[in-house]
Ligand binder design. Structure first.
Ligand code: UD1
Length: 334
């Protein structure tokens, strides 16, 4: 059974990927500094999987700790999620973002190389495509950054491209991950007022926020609101399992989009969420948000051809699972 190190494995996408890897028969060790994850995530992962969870609390910038992990476990591959991910914050704190995201990757790669572990799946983002009217976007579209966060993802990809042929590298460019695990025991859980659409709508559904502000209804899209390629986080997690399996079986590197290939507008998502929670959620049209593009959707064919990946879950599934998780959390805390 292959053993995988999951950095950032207690976070939103990391925790769902943990469960998908366990289900696929992998042995998994988590390394997480819990800067953006709740302390009880490991206990929840144990309850869902029925298996002891192996967690190191620590940072990818801590080389001594990384060396200790690689010396203690015979790791066959790494999935690297641990990174900062808020676009707005990256504009305010570019050095922090570069230090954690680029410095963390470099430190991890050096530790991996030292331990002779040369298989890595890297969390990248559709943000690497910048502001482009080419939609849906194929992987060979040029990369350009529009924020320090996007810069760190492009830099990460370019660093990985420098590694010699004895490395097997999976670069996964996520579109808009939403939804929660079918158990409703883990999901996205932002502490502050969310910036992203689905977490914001979820708080309107619970009554914590009064209404959704829709950022612009004058885009060149069917209903005038922004269109994105939302992908269920469990589909995204399955994509990581397929990426790792491909690296292990073929030793060939790949760079692929993980999306559905289908676009949904802000109002489509609001309607699907209203349907899921059983009440019509209010909204108000606001001015466009700085830096937003009209449409961002994936060409999903390469992930299918290379990994056999195909997103299976619908927008309704994404909203239902999000609501089951958010509503369950609210009941527990009351
Ligand atoms: C953002 C990030 C992207 C990141 C992704 C994570 C930017 C520029 N990009 O993408 O790098 O990978 O989140 O999921 O921040 N919207 C509203 N009202 C709201 C919030 C959002 O109308 O309160 C609209 C936006 O204008 C957009 C759509 O909803 O059209 C999706 O927004 P969001 O969830 O923030 O994701 P992105 O901006 O696509």
């Amino acid at each position: 059974m292959a053993k995988i190190l999951l950095t950032g494995g207690a976070g939103y996408i990391g925790s769902h990927t943990y469960l998908a890897l366990i289900e696929a028969g992998f042995d998994v060790v988590i390394l997480d500094n819990f800067s953006n994850a709740k302390d009880d995530v490991p206990a929840r992962l144990k309850d869902i999987s029925g298996k002891q969870v192996h967690v190191y609390q620590g940072d990818v910038l801590d080389r001594t700790l990384l060396d200790d992990v690689f010396a203690t476990h015979k790791i066959d591959g790494v999935v690297h999620f641990a990174a900062k991910k808020a676009v707005g914050e990256s504009v305010a704190k570019p050095l922090d973002y570069i230090h954690t995201n680029v410095g963390g990757l470099l430190n991890l790669l050096a530790a991996m190389d030292g331990a002779g572990v040369r298989r890595i799946v890297f969390s990248s983002s559709a943000t690497v495509y910048g502001d482009t009217s080419v939609q849906p976007i194929p992987e060979d579209h040029p990369c350009t950054y529009t924020s320090p966060y996007a810069f760190t993802k492009i830099a990460g990809e370019q660093i990985l491209e420098q590694l010699p042929d004895n490395w097997a590298i999976g670069i996964l460019r996520y579109f808009n991950p939403v939804g929660a695990h079918q158990s409703a025991m883990i999901g996205e859980d932002p502490e502050d007022t969310p910036n992203n659409l689905v977490p914001y709508i979820a708080k309107v559904a619970t009554g914590e926020l009064t209404q959704l502000g829709v950022f612009g209804n004058d885009y060149d899209t069917p209903d005038g609101t922004g269109v994105r390629d939302y992908i269920h986080v469990e589909d995204l997690a399955d994509g990581h399992v397929l990426s790792l399996k491909s690296l292990i079986e073929t030793n060939q590197s790949h760079t692929v989009n993980l999306g559905t290939g289908e676009g949904s507008s802000v109002l489509d998502v609001l309607n699907a969420y209203s349907e899921a929670c059983g009440k019509k959620l209010p909204h108000q049209i606001k001015p466009r948000r700085d830096g937003d593009v009209a449409v961002l959707t994936a060409r999903p064919e390469k992930a299918k051809a290379t990994l056999g990946f195909e997103a299976k879950r619908s927008l309704a599934d994404m909203c239902k699972s999000s609501w089951a998780w958010v509503n369950g959390q609210r009941r527990n805390s009351n």
